[in-house]
Design a protein around this ligand. Sequence first.
Ligand SMILES: *Cc1c(COP(=O)(O)O)cnc(C)c1O
Length: 231
Amino acid sequence: MIGENLSRVREKINSACARAGRSPREITVVAVSKGRPLDQIEAAIAEGINNIGESKVQEFLPKYNALCTAPHLLRRSGVKWHMVGRLQTNKVKTAVGIFDLIHSLDSQRLALEINRQAAKIGKVQDVLIEIKTSPEEDKSGLRPDEAAEAIMQMAELKNINIQGLMTIAPLVDSSEKTRPYFRMLKELKDKINQLTTRKLTILSMGMTGDFEVAIEEGANMLRLGRAIFEG
Ligand SMILES: *Cc1c(COP(=O)(O)O)cnc(C)c1O
């Protein structure tokens, strides 16, 4: 099932890239495996997925330990682990120990803690800044109008490396309605890149319901759960 799902996803990525005049090689697919058992993650890796995303540190930890120690999974070398969910300060130490890219940095306080924990283990933690492109109450992320200044402050921290921006589009009844939010994120990245010398390159946007629109608007990292794991 996962193999078929991935073929379908790749076809859709190819078509969206063709429409947008982009190369599918620009697009990284992060398979979001929250709530999925270990064998499904293994199956996705066997089908060529090499980026796995999770949204809860505590839920991922046992899966991570199993994936990294099981001998038959030694092909895991080369797999990157992504934290896509909200990160609590008290989980930062564990998260910095296991994740290659944290997509959800959205405050100076969290930046300081990630920087502190990364320094302790001699790591420079790659991060994305989460932007709240739509106004739902319960949504996390920096407001677009405060992002540039906050990012310039966070960029001073030696043990974090800000690679780009992430957003979650609002739940709407048609994917077309997500387009303005993705466009806003792309424009924000371009604006910030005009202000700084260290360039943001990653745009993490697009989920199962809206990834084709996200590609048309410049996404180069998709976070896909249901499209890969549900059939
Ligand atoms: C669950 C989740 C996804 C994947 O969502 P699907 O709609 O299943 O593709 C992407 N990003 C975040 C932050 C998530 O929590």
